[in-house]
Write a protein that binds this ligand. Structure first.
Ligand code: HPA
Length: 256
C-alpha cells in the first residue's frame, strides 16, 4: 500500500526509514514544494513531501498546493496524512489534535476544476477511515490526541491578531493554521483520502500576553515530533487495503 505524508514546519524529513529514491515531478500545475522521498516501511511504500520545501523556501501563501497534491495523484497515492503546526485557541501547546472539521478564511481558491461545475461534498471533510486508524493507534500507544477539533485556515503569512482569534473562538475554531485545509479540499477533489494531525505549537495570539515567534513554533514541533511519528507509523499499519469511504467516490454525482 502507498501512503503519502506531508510534513509541516519542523518536519522536513523522516529518519529511520529506508529511503529508496527521491522523485522529482513537474505537474500540469507546476512544481511541488520539493522532491517526494520514496521510502519503505514494512510492506508500505511511503512518499514524503515537506510542505514548505526541505529548506522551508515556501511560505503558506506561496506553497503550490495544487502541484503538491497532484504530484501524489501522479504517484498513484490514495491516502495522505498531513502533519501541521497550529496555534491553540481552545487547546494548549503540546496538545495533538486530529482535525475533524474546518473553517476556511484563507480566501484561497482551492480547486482543480476551473472550467467545470464540480461542487465537492465536504460534509465529512476528513477521511473517517484514516481518522479511525490514527485514533486507534494513539489509543494503543497511550498517546493522547483530541479526537475532534475545528481547524481555522487563515491566509498568512502573518500570524493573527487577538481580535481575529476571539472571532475564531466564537465561530467554534479550536486551532488555527495556514495550510491544511487547502490540502484537504484538493485531495478530496482528486478522490484521495486525507487526514490531518495537528501539533499545537503555541497559544494563538492574545490568549497569553506573549509575543509569538517562529522559533517557538519550530521548537515545540520538534519536542512533539517523536509522538507524532509513533502514531503515524502505527496508524499506517491499521489502514485497510480496500477503500470504503466517501473520499474514494467523491466525484460521483458532482457533475464530473
Ligand atoms: N497561527 C497560524 N498558524 C500557525 C500558528 C498560529 O498561531 N502556529 C503555528 N502555525
Amino acid at each position: 500500500m502507498k501512503i503519502g505524508i506531508i510534513g509541516g514546519s519542523g518536519l522536513y524529513k523522516i529518519e529511520n526509514i529506508e529511503i529508496i529514491e527521491e522523485i522529482n515531478l513537474i505537474t500540469p500545475y507546476g512544481s511541488p514544494s520539493d522532491s517526494y522521498l520514496h521510502a519503505r516501511y514494512k510492506n508500505f511504500e511511503i512518499y514524503f513531501l515537506p510542505r514548505h520545501g526541505r529548506k522551508h523556501s515556501f511560505l503558506p501563501h506561496e506553497v503550490n498546493y495544487k502541484a503538491n497534491i497532484y504530484g501524489f495523484k501522479l504517484l498513484d497515492i490514495e491516502r495522505i496524512i498531513g502533519i501541521s503546526a497550529v496555534g491553540g485557541i481552545t487547546k494548549k501547546p503540546g496538545d495533538l489534535v486530529l482535525t475533524s472539521d474546518f473553517i476556511d478564511l484563507s480566501g484561497r481558491i482551492n480547486t482543480f476544476y476551473n472550467d467545470k461545475v464540480v461542487h465537492i461534498d465536504v460534509s465529512e471533510p476528513f477521511c473517517p477511515i484514516l481518522r479511525e486508524a490514527i485514533l486507534e493507534s494513539s489509543k494503543n500507544l497511550n498517546i493522547e490526541i483530541y479526537e475532534f477539533g475545528v481547524y481555522a485556515q487563515m491566509q498568512g503569512p502573518r500570524l493573527e491578531t487577538p481580535a481575529e482569534i476571539r472571532m475564531l473562538k466564537i465561530l467554534g475554531a479550536d486551532v488555527v493554521g495556514m495550510t491544511l485545509v487547502s490540502e484537504a479540499i484538493l485531495s478530496r477533489e482528486l478522490e484521495i483520502c486525507y487526514a490531518g494531525i495537528n501539533v499545537v505549537t503555541n497559544y494563538a495570539a492574545g490568549i497569553k500576553e506573549k509575543k509569538l515567534t517562529t522559533t517557538e513554533v519550530i521548537e515545540n514541533m520538534n519536542r512533539n515530533l517523536e509522538k507524532v511519528k509513533k502514531i503515524l507509523f502505527n496508524a499506517i499499519e491499521k489502514i485497510p487495503t480496500q477503500r470504503n469511504c466517501p473520499c474514494s467516490v467523491a466525484l460521483k454525482e458532482t457533475g464530473m
